[in-house]
Design a protein around this ligand. Structure first.
Ligand code: PLP
Length: 376
């Protein structure tokens, strides 16, 4: 699904130098690499504050803790996504309110969110899934109308943008109150281990998040609030500093791979291809198709040595961990997604030959499967 070694080998000497310099300095916690990385990411995203932390899940937890919500708070989360947003809501004792995503773009949208707003709703966690920004302007307008906080989870979409009606462009994670991201190795900007960051335009939240990530402490051994220990490791920051230089290239490679996939697969009636809204061009952290023959196609691709993954096989609201909060009768749309989505290999090192081979087999597989069905 990904070729991390291929990506690393191309910049091996720079990575080796960054790692050995960090080891020689013996500054393993904090230090200039972490500071430099935060500053560079801040500039890139055009945001006032970036605070590194241990991973994307902690980033979400810190964002929610910073809001200091009442215990009965309800938080809107997508029902179709990675578990982290709902997990941190539940861990902090709040109620996750699972919300149906759009069948085409995989994002929650203003109309569905509004159906789930109650007097206890305090925040919306928008996940910019698979590399593309959700349509943020209507969501921000809704949040304003109901006085809600907006957290943007950009774990899968660092570098993605959303163009507003006035023509201005905004990076994922910088439009709501707080944005979070992950540097898990397969993300758009991947570390060689875990890493994450929180960003915000608001200096009040920035100070709170810094404090919360440092055990709730501003002055050593004095604690303002109950916090956690969540730091971006210095070695990971040094590695990310190297990779950030190539970030534009990484995004361009993903985009090129996606364009080739779209070109090869565009004529099949048996496939639904990723849909990019004109104002939210995707960074293609994933290339996810939909087909009613998903399981059989996955098996067929496996026989040809082609990996594929199902992100995500079930709705979060249907998971045993979240039964307590499953008070929604979810519409069919999201359920159907879990049966039809299939993510094809997508990374920065894919070449045209590999994509042609994958697509040839996707089309051949579908042809065989439908022929088998019609023969029966
Ligand atoms: C949408 C989303 N949010 C949050 C996370 C959590 O990130 P991490 O694995 O760094 O904790 C992930 C990781 O896959 C994710 O995909």
């Amino acid at each position: 699904m990904v070729d991390l070694l291929g990506q690393h080998l191309k910049i091996k000497s720079e990575l080796d130098l960054a790692i050995s310099t960090t080891i020689a300095s013996s500054v393993f916690i904090g230090g200039s690499a972490v500071e430099q990385f935060s500053e560079r990411l801040q500039k890139l995203l055009n945001v006032n504050h970036v605070i590194g932390c241990a991973n994307g899940t902690d980033a979400l937890q810190l964002a929610l803790m910073a809001l200091d919500l009442p215990p009965d708070a309800e938080i809107i989360v997508p029902d179709f996504t990675f578990v982290a947003p709902a997990e941190v809501v539940a861990l902090l004792g709040y109620k996750p309110v699972f919300t149906k995503v759009c069948n085409d773009t995989y994002h929650i949208q203003a109309a569905e969110i509004e159906k789930n707003i109650t007097t206890n709703t305090r925040a919306i966690i928008v996940v910019h899934l698979f590399g593309q920004c959700a349509d943020m302007q209507p969501i921000l307008a809704l949040a304003k109308k109901y006085n809600l906080y907006v957290i943007e989870d950009t774990a899968q979409s660092l570098g993605a943008t959303c163009q507003w009606q006035d023509g201005s462009k905004h990076y994922a994670g910088t439009m709501g109150h707080i944005g979070t991201t992950s540097f898990f190795p397969t993300k758009n900007l991947g570390a060689m281990g875990d890493g994450g960051a929180v960003c915000t335009q608001d200096s009040h939240f920035a100070t709170r998040i810094k404090t919360l990530a440092n055990h709730g402490s501003v002055v050593k051994y004095s604690y303002q609030s109950v916090g956690i220990n969540s730091r971006l490791d210095s070695l990971q920051a040094a590695i990310l500093n190297v990779k950030l230089t190539y970030f534009d290239q990484y995004l361009a490679n993903r985009k090129m791979a996606a364009a080739q996939y779209l070109q090869y697969l565009s004529n099949s009636e048996l496939l639904k291809l990723p849909k990019e809204r004109i104002n939210t061009p995707s960074t293609f952290n994933q290339f996810t198709i939909q087909t009613p023959h998903r399981d059989a196609l996955k098996k067929y691709l496996q026989t040809q040595g082609i990996p594929s993954m199902v992100y995500y096989p079930s709705l979060l609201s249907s998971q045993p961990a979240f039964q307590k909060w499953n008070n929604q009768s979810m519409g069919q749309t999201s359920q159907d997604l879990c049966q039809s989505v299939l993510s094809l290999p997508m990374h920065t090192e894919l070449d045209q030959e590999q994509i042609a081979f994958i697509c040839k087999n996707v089309l051949l597989g579908l042809e065989k499967l439908t022929k088998q069905k019609s023969d029966v």
